[in-house]
Design a protein around this ligand. Sequence first.
Ligand code: NAP
Length: 230
Amino acid sequence: LSLLALITGASRGIGRAAAARFLAAGGTVWNLSRTPCDLTGVVNHPCDLSDLKRLEAVLAGLRLTGFSRITLLHNAALSRPDTCATLDGKNFLHVLTLNVIAPQLINKHVIPYMAAGSSIIFMGSTLSETGIAGRLSYVASKHALAGVMKATCLEVGGQSIHTCLVAPGFTDTQMLREAIGHAPEDLERARGATVLGRLATPEEIAELIFFCSQNPSINGAVLHANLGQK
Ligand SMILES: NC(=O)c1ccc[n+]([C@@H]2O[C@H](COP(=O)([O-])OP(=O)(O)OC[C@H]3O[C@@H](n4cnc5c(N)ncnc54)[C@H](OP(=O)(O)O)[C@@H]3O)[C@@H](O)[C@H]2O)c1
């Protein structure tokens, strides 16, 4: 059986760990991001996902036939500081384009090629269901993605495609370090916010993503993976 994993943002972090997991399972792995994934075997399709015209052109160039199952992993995202006092339309639209609209355009293009048993995994966040101050566009985008997942679930079930939203807590990646700060005390604070007293690793989130992609009983669910949040 040939499995294709089409992953956005596999150049680093959770997406790269997921690429490694799908490769280990014998899958074909394609990455869509601006910089390449360095893992041997990953096919890179360079793309700035916030440029929807470029994304459409890249999608049109993909050969999606010949796979018995496809997993789509909508992982690429942008998180930057903004508030209700500072966020303007242009910046809000930029974040929503990358975090919410690009996944939908990819779904629209790829779903017709997806056979029974295929899956669509959305990367949410604790902030898909909780608000924090200071990341308004990101919080809004992650809530929106949960809505896209729930509606998509009901629409693709007839094709035996399953979907879910994996919602990590603090995971040790560049995005986290840029969000919370690079100082040892910043990381210590993040570790202290979890019951287990540590950050999640990209690899353990990738394992959950892989499990969800292979198990149709997980369908329409929001799965929190946060080591227990205080
Ligand atoms: N880390 C956490 O604590 C945490 C917590 C909750 C949820 N998440 C979610 O998990 C997912 C992965 O996050 P991460 O922590 O692994 O982040 P990361 O290390 O910053 O990686 C982000 C990925 O997104 C890609 N990306 C960003 N902007 C892009 C653009 N304009 N076009 C194409 N690709 C773009 C990056 O690739 P290029 O720069 O090469 O384009 C990179 O591969 C995200 O959806 C994030 O919201 C993370």
